[in-house]
Design a protein around this ligand. Structure first.
Ligand code: ADP
Ligand code: MG
Ligand code: MG
Length: 252
């Protein structure tokens, strides 16, 4: 079992405090969901954990087992087992989707254990079939000309291929029609397992009709203000963020 332990994390952007002392522990085998109003700092949290250079961590630690991720470069964090599916995946002309994934898989493997072309293609075909993706998408340049829905599906494909220990999926369900949402959920459910943990950031309870998280957290003003089981998302849908956040902030 692996543990991702975020302790007292503070993140600033251009000296503005965005994440303010956030604590969260995720174990492999678990799926956690973070919900929260726009501007709560959800994307900032994920980007800072992955090591995006625009985000300055001013305090706290992010331990992946015995390693403080904050001391590693971005590529070393990926190698250590972290994966981030961003809200707006960028286009990388000149790099095919397949070659990107093969490099990413091999970056996590020892020199004498690289994936063979044959095993890679077998695995790729299997995962693309699961996600109902046409095979030609593997040979296209990364995200170039992909529709919004194709980009989201492709992020899940990368995750299925790379098999990270912990994946952070930022608004993986935004802008999807119901059929695409179901396919993305099917991919996430296929990732589930003893050796995998996830942090899913979403605005919509509807994703949780298809993925059953172990924990739901509400984030506001750069902190987690309430944590619960899947029912918390239902409560949120019924009551709205404001009620829940106000109640969470009330002194006892
Ligand atoms: P969420 O994902 O919860 O909607 P974000 O983490 O994207 O929230 O943003 C949190 C706050 O940080 C917002 O006030 C946003 O305007 C600000 N912010 C995010 N990214 C940047 C950036 N690159 N430069 C300046 N401000 C930013
Ligand atoms: Mg947002
Ligand atoms: Mg966001």
């Amino acid at each position: 079992m692996s543990i991702l332990d975020i302790k007292n994390l503070h993140v600033t952007i251009d000296d503005k405090a965005i994440v303010n002392g956030l604590n969260l522990t995720i174990k492999t085998g678990e799926i956690h969901v973070i919900m929260g109003p726009n501007g709560a700092g959800k994307s900032t949290l994920a980007a800072a954990i992955m090591g995006h250079p625009s985000y300055q961590v001013t305090d706290g630690v992010v331990m992946l087992d015995n390693v403080n991720l904050l001391e590693l470069d971005v590529d070393e964090r990926a190698k250590a087992g972290m994966f981030l599916a961003v809200q707006y995946p960028s286009e990388i002309p000149g790099v095919t989707n397949a070659s990107f994934m093969r490099s990413a898989i091999n970056a996590r493997r020892a020199e004498n254990d690289k994936i063979s072309v044959r095993d890679f293609i077998t695995k790729l075909n299997e995962k693309m079939a699961l996600l109902e993706m046409p095979q030609e998408m593997a040979e296209r340049y990364l995200n170039e000309g992909f529709s919004g829905g194709e980009k989201k599906r492709n992020e899940i494909l990368q995750c299925l291929m790379i098999e990270p220990t912990f994946a952070m999926l930022d608004e993986i369900d935004s802008g999807l029609d119901i059929d695409a949402l179901k396919v993305v959920a099917k991919g996430i459910n296929a990732l589930r397992g003893e050796d995998f943990g996830a942090l899913i950031i979403t605005h919509y309870q509807r994703l949780l009709d298809y993925i059953h998280p172990d924990y739901v957290h509400i984030m506001a003003d750069g902190r987690i203000v309430q944590s619960g089981k899947a029912e918390l998302a239902k409560q949120l849908e019924a009551q709205g963020y404001k009620n829940i956040i106000d109640n969470a902030n009330k002194p006892i």
